[in-house]
Design a protein around this ligand. Sequence first.
Ligand SMILES: Cc1cc2nc3c(=O)[nH]c(=O)nc-3n(C[C@H](O)[C@H](O)[C@H](O)COP(=O)(O)O)c2cc1C
Length: 230
Amino acid sequence: MKTYAKAFLAAFMALSMMACASSEKTQEEETAVKEETENTEAEVPEETPAEEHSSDSLIIVFSRTGEQYNVGEIEKGNTMIVAEMIQNHTGADLFEILPEDDYYPYTYNELTEVAKQEQQDQARPAYKGDLPDLSQYSTVFIGSPVWWGDYPMLMYTVLENNDFHSRKLVPFATSEGSGLAGMDEKLKSLFPDSEVTEGLAIRGTDAQQNREETEAKVSGWLEQLGFAHR
Ligand SMILES: Cc1cc2nc3c(=O)[nH]c(=O)nc-3n(C[C@H](O)[C@H](O)[C@H](O)COP(=O)(O)O)c2cc1C
């Protein structure tokens, strides 16, 4: 009996030690897991800072609401409609160019007079805010209405005060018959070291009233330029 008791005791102790060792190991493992988790947690910033930009393409666009040629009073500008279609396809960031003090008249006839005067004066009206840092973008879509056969003078302020060099520039415009009014050529001469792609000209009335047709033109043009649908 004594021998059995000894053997039992020895076996019990051996088992207890194993159990103890195993529980220590479990504790060690737990500590390691905890430390690893803590370390992993430490590597992840508590709050991810808001992304300054989400795409390497940017759309800058000027567009007027109010009374517009041939379409009456509009709540969204013709060129803005096209810009949003481009954004929808490409996922590009969008910056709207607004005049610093919005002195442009609401009515079409008055607006044409102010615009004509600005063109004669070669004015450089100020725009509101700052464009996003262009160095973050390899492609910039540049959208504008045609005013008196040219870019509105406000667009020249933007083009002359930001660095559009050495990137891909993609012109688009709305007008009622002037097409792109040579905006692509203007961009080429202002930024000779940038690649200026084929531009897109949409009739303002179509952008406003024939959305499906406009959408098809926008997507066909983007595909042709190699912009995959996001
Ligand atoms: C001041 C002014 C000048 C314009 N000049 C022209 C022009 O020279 N050629 C043309 O085809 N359309 C011209 N238009 C028509 C606009 O280009 C057209 O309505 C455009 O789609 C307006 O775009 P938005 O709504 O984005 O501002 C002019 C419109 C305005 C207000």
